[in-house]
Write a protein that binds this ligand. Structure first.
Ligand code: URA
Length: 237
Protein backbone atom coordinates (compact mmCIF):
# COMPACT_ATOMS: atom_id res chain seq x y z
CA UNK A 1 0.00 0.00 0.00
CA UNK A 2 1.20 3.55 -0.72
CA UNK A 3 2.29 5.63 2.26
CA UNK A 4 -0.29 8.38 1.63
CA UNK A 5 -3.14 5.86 1.52
CA UNK A 6 -1.78 4.16 4.64
CA UNK A 7 -1.63 7.43 6.60
CA UNK A 8 -5.14 8.35 5.50
CA UNK A 9 -6.34 4.96 6.73
CA UNK A 10 -4.62 5.69 10.06
CA UNK A 11 -6.74 8.82 10.40
CA UNK A 12 -4.17 11.49 9.49
CA UNK A 13 -6.45 13.22 7.01
CA UNK A 14 -7.30 13.23 3.34
CA UNK A 15 -4.79 12.15 0.71
CA UNK A 16 -3.76 15.77 0.04
CA UNK A 17 -3.45 16.51 3.77
CA UNK A 18 -1.17 13.51 4.36
CA UNK A 19 0.91 14.39 1.27
CA UNK A 20 1.56 17.78 2.89
CA UNK A 21 2.44 16.03 6.14
CA UNK A 22 4.94 13.77 4.35
CA UNK A 23 6.52 16.76 2.57
CA UNK A 24 6.82 18.60 5.91
CA UNK A 25 9.21 15.89 7.17
CA UNK A 26 6.94 14.81 10.05
CA UNK A 27 6.71 11.22 8.81
CA UNK A 28 9.28 8.48 9.36
CA UNK A 29 9.09 4.94 8.00
CA UNK A 30 11.19 2.26 9.71
CA UNK A 31 13.74 0.85 7.29
CA UNK A 32 13.42 3.68 4.72
CA UNK A 33 15.77 6.62 4.37
CA UNK A 34 13.97 8.45 1.61
CA UNK A 35 10.21 8.49 1.61
CA UNK A 36 7.46 10.03 -0.49
CA UNK A 37 3.72 9.68 -0.83
CA UNK A 38 4.34 6.78 -3.24
CA UNK A 39 6.58 4.79 -0.89
CA UNK A 40 5.16 1.25 -0.81
CA UNK A 41 4.75 -0.56 2.48
CA UNK A 42 3.16 -3.64 3.94
CA UNK A 43 0.22 -2.42 6.02
CA UNK A 44 0.38 -5.42 8.36
CA UNK A 45 4.00 -4.93 9.41
CA UNK A 46 4.95 -1.32 8.58
CA UNK A 47 6.44 0.87 11.29
CA UNK A 48 5.34 4.40 10.53
CA UNK A 49 5.75 7.34 12.87
CA UNK A 50 4.24 10.81 12.66
CA UNK A 51 6.06 13.34 14.81
CA UNK A 52 7.52 10.39 16.71
CA UNK A 53 4.13 8.74 17.39
CA UNK A 54 3.43 5.31 15.87
CA UNK A 55 0.61 5.38 13.32
CA UNK A 56 -1.97 2.66 13.93
CA UNK A 57 -3.37 1.16 10.74
CA UNK A 58 -6.95 -0.01 10.53
CA UNK A 59 -8.57 -1.88 7.75
CA UNK A 60 -12.22 -1.41 8.60
CA UNK A 61 -14.38 1.56 9.42
CA UNK A 62 -17.91 1.61 10.83
CA UNK A 63 -20.03 4.73 10.31
CA UNK A 64 -23.42 5.56 11.75
CA UNK A 65 -25.41 7.66 9.29
CA UNK A 66 -28.69 9.41 9.99
CA UNK A 67 -30.01 8.80 6.49
CA UNK A 68 -32.05 11.61 4.99
CA UNK A 69 -34.99 11.08 2.65
CA UNK A 70 -34.21 11.22 -1.08
CA UNK A 71 -31.05 9.06 -0.95
CA UNK A 72 -30.79 5.54 -2.34
CA UNK A 73 -29.16 2.82 -0.22
CA UNK A 74 -26.47 2.19 -2.83
CA UNK A 75 -22.92 3.24 -3.74
CA UNK A 76 -23.79 4.54 -7.18
CA UNK A 77 -26.81 5.45 -9.26
CA UNK A 78 -27.21 6.95 -12.68
CA UNK A 79 -29.73 9.57 -11.53
CA UNK A 80 -30.41 9.75 -7.82
CA UNK A 81 -28.16 10.70 -4.90
CA UNK A 82 -26.82 7.71 -2.96
CA UNK A 83 -25.96 7.39 0.74
CA UNK A 84 -22.21 7.16 0.06
CA UNK A 85 -22.37 10.70 -1.41
CA UNK A 86 -22.67 11.78 2.25
CA UNK A 87 -19.31 10.25 3.26
CA UNK A 88 -16.70 12.96 3.94
CA UNK A 89 -13.39 12.82 1.99
CA UNK A 90 -11.34 11.55 4.95
CA UNK A 91 -13.22 8.24 4.66
CA UNK A 92 -13.20 8.05 0.87
CA UNK A 93 -10.37 5.49 0.64
CA UNK A 94 -12.27 3.01 2.84
CA UNK A 95 -14.80 2.38 0.05
CA UNK A 96 -17.71 1.92 2.42
CA UNK A 97 -21.08 0.54 1.38
CA UNK A 98 -24.45 0.48 3.16
CA UNK A 99 -24.97 -2.59 5.35
CA UNK A 100 -28.61 -3.13 4.44
CA UNK A 101 -31.22 -1.07 2.72
CA UNK A 102 -33.71 1.57 3.64
CA UNK A 103 -36.26 2.82 1.12
CA UNK A 104 -35.46 6.14 -0.56
CA UNK A 105 -38.04 7.93 1.62
CA UNK A 106 -37.07 6.16 4.89
CA UNK A 107 -34.80 8.09 7.24
CA UNK A 108 -32.66 7.17 10.22
CA UNK A 109 -30.06 4.65 11.30
CA UNK A 110 -27.88 3.22 8.57
CA UNK A 111 -24.48 1.58 8.92
CA UNK A 112 -21.84 2.30 6.30
CA UNK A 113 -18.80 0.04 6.44
CA UNK A 114 -16.17 -1.74 4.35
CA UNK A 115 -16.38 -4.83 6.59
CA UNK A 116 -18.28 -7.38 4.52
CA UNK A 117 -18.14 -9.92 7.37
CA UNK A 118 -19.94 -7.60 9.76
CA UNK A 119 -22.50 -6.64 7.11
CA UNK A 120 -23.21 -10.32 6.51
CA UNK A 121 -23.59 -11.03 10.24
CA UNK A 122 -26.11 -8.27 10.84
CA UNK A 123 -28.04 -8.88 7.63
CA UNK A 124 -28.17 -12.67 7.48
CA UNK A 125 -31.79 -13.80 8.00
CA UNK A 126 -30.38 -16.65 10.14
CA UNK A 127 -29.27 -14.17 12.79
CA UNK A 128 -32.69 -12.52 13.31
CA UNK A 129 -31.16 -9.14 14.16
CA UNK A 130 -33.98 -6.92 15.49
CA UNK A 131 -34.51 -3.56 13.81
CA UNK A 132 -36.73 -0.91 15.37
CA UNK A 133 -38.58 1.82 13.50
CA UNK A 134 -40.85 4.73 14.27
CA UNK A 135 -43.73 4.68 11.82
CA UNK A 136 -46.46 7.26 11.37
CA UNK A 137 -49.54 5.77 9.77
CA UNK A 138 -52.93 7.13 8.90
CA UNK A 139 -55.84 6.38 11.22
CA UNK A 140 -56.02 4.81 14.66
CA UNK A 141 -54.12 1.54 15.03
CA UNK A 142 -56.11 -0.93 17.16
CA UNK A 143 -55.41 -4.09 19.17
CA UNK A 144 -56.38 -6.39 16.30
CA UNK A 145 -53.59 -4.83 14.23
CA UNK A 146 -51.11 -5.12 17.10
CA UNK A 147 -52.01 -8.84 17.26
CA UNK A 148 -51.68 -9.26 13.50
CA UNK A 149 -48.10 -7.97 13.77
CA UNK A 150 -47.44 -10.17 16.81
CA UNK A 151 -48.66 -13.42 15.24
CA UNK A 152 -47.10 -12.89 11.83
CA UNK A 153 -48.98 -12.24 8.62
CA UNK A 154 -49.19 -13.77 5.18
CA UNK A 155 -47.91 -11.24 2.66
CA UNK A 156 -48.36 -13.55 -0.33
CA UNK A 157 -44.72 -14.29 -1.09
CA UNK A 158 -43.83 -14.92 2.58
CA UNK A 159 -45.24 -15.00 6.09
CA UNK A 160 -43.70 -12.53 8.48
CA UNK A 161 -42.03 -13.55 11.73
CA UNK A 162 -43.60 -12.15 14.91
CA UNK A 163 -43.13 -8.38 15.08
CA UNK A 164 -43.73 -5.96 17.94
CA UNK A 165 -46.05 -3.05 17.33
CA UNK A 166 -46.67 -0.43 20.04
CA UNK A 167 -48.81 2.63 19.57
CA UNK A 168 -47.00 5.62 21.09
CA UNK A 169 -49.62 8.27 20.39
CA UNK A 170 -52.58 9.12 18.17
CA UNK A 171 -53.24 12.66 17.11
CA UNK A 172 -54.97 14.40 14.19
CA UNK A 173 -55.86 11.05 12.65
CA UNK A 174 -52.26 9.80 12.64
CA UNK A 175 -50.87 6.96 14.83
CA UNK A 176 -47.23 7.12 15.81
CA UNK A 177 -45.96 3.58 16.42
CA UNK A 178 -42.80 1.75 17.37
CA UNK A 179 -42.27 -1.38 15.29
CA UNK A 180 -39.59 -4.03 15.73
CA UNK A 181 -39.01 -6.66 13.07
CA UNK A 182 -36.33 -9.34 12.92
CA UNK A 183 -36.31 -9.64 9.13
CA UNK A 184 -35.50 -7.19 6.42
CA UNK A 185 -37.65 -7.96 3.41
CA UNK A 186 -38.20 -5.32 0.75
CA UNK A 187 -40.75 -2.69 1.95
CA UNK A 188 -41.58 -5.00 4.83
CA UNK A 189 -43.05 -2.49 7.27
CA UNK A 190 -45.00 -0.64 4.60
CA UNK A 191 -46.38 -3.97 3.36
CA UNK A 192 -47.33 -5.11 6.87
CA UNK A 193 -49.28 -1.91 7.51
CA UNK A 194 -50.83 -2.10 4.07
CA UNK A 195 -52.04 -5.60 4.91
CA UNK A 196 -54.00 -4.21 7.89
CA UNK A 197 -55.32 -1.34 5.77
CA UNK A 198 -52.95 1.44 6.78
CA UNK A 199 -50.64 3.71 4.83
CA UNK A 200 -47.20 4.58 6.15
CA UNK A 201 -46.69 8.34 5.99
CA UNK A 202 -43.25 8.44 7.61
CA UNK A 203 -40.68 5.80 8.54
CA UNK A 204 -37.52 6.19 10.56
CA UNK A 205 -35.17 3.45 11.76
CA UNK A 206 -33.98 4.12 15.30
CA UNK A 207 -32.17 0.91 16.34
CA UNK A 208 -30.45 -2.21 15.05
CA UNK A 209 -29.71 -4.93 17.55
CA UNK A 210 -28.58 -3.01 20.68
CA UNK A 211 -27.34 -0.01 18.69
CA UNK A 212 -29.49 3.11 18.95
CA UNK A 213 -29.38 6.05 16.54
CA UNK A 214 -27.49 9.00 18.03
CA UNK A 215 -30.20 11.66 18.26
CA UNK A 216 -27.60 14.42 18.06
CA UNK A 217 -26.83 13.46 14.44
CA UNK A 218 -28.87 15.55 12.08
CA UNK A 219 -30.22 13.94 8.92
CA UNK A 220 -27.33 13.60 6.48
CA UNK A 221 -24.70 13.56 9.26
CA UNK A 222 -22.55 10.60 10.21
CA UNK A 223 -19.88 9.62 12.68
CA UNK A 224 -17.80 6.57 13.53
CA UNK A 225 -19.22 3.99 15.91
CA UNK A 226 -17.50 3.70 19.27
CA UNK A 227 -16.11 0.26 20.21
CA UNK A 228 -19.05 -0.19 22.58
CA UNK A 229 -21.56 0.66 19.86
CA UNK A 230 -19.91 -1.82 17.50
CA UNK A 231 -20.32 -4.48 20.18
CA UNK A 232 -23.99 -3.52 20.64
CA UNK A 233 -24.52 -3.77 16.90
CA UNK A 234 -22.87 -7.18 16.56
CA UNK A 235 -23.85 -8.87 19.83
CA UNK A 236 -26.97 -6.95 20.82
CA UNK A 237 -25.55 -6.31 24.31
N1 URA B 1 -39.58 -1.42 5.88
C1 URA B 1 -39.98 -0.61 4.87
O1 URA B 1 -41.11 -0.71 4.42
N2 URA B 1 -39.11 0.29 4.39
C2 URA B 1 -37.86 0.45 4.88
O2 URA B 1 -37.13 1.31 4.42
C3 URA B 1 -37.46 -0.39 5.94
C4 URA B 1 -38.34 -1.32 6.41
Amino acid sequence: MRLDKYLSACGFGTRSEVKRLIRSGAVCVGGCDKISAETKLNEESAEVYVDGVRAVYRRFVYLMLNKPSGYLSAVWDREKPVVTDLVPPEYAHFDVFPAGRLDIDTVGLMILTNDGGLAHRILSPKNHVPKTYIARVDGTVDDAEVNAFRFGMDLGDFTTKPAELDVISVSDGVSECRVTISEGKFHQIKRMFEKVGRRVIFLRRIAMNGLVLDESLREGELRELTDRELELLTNGK
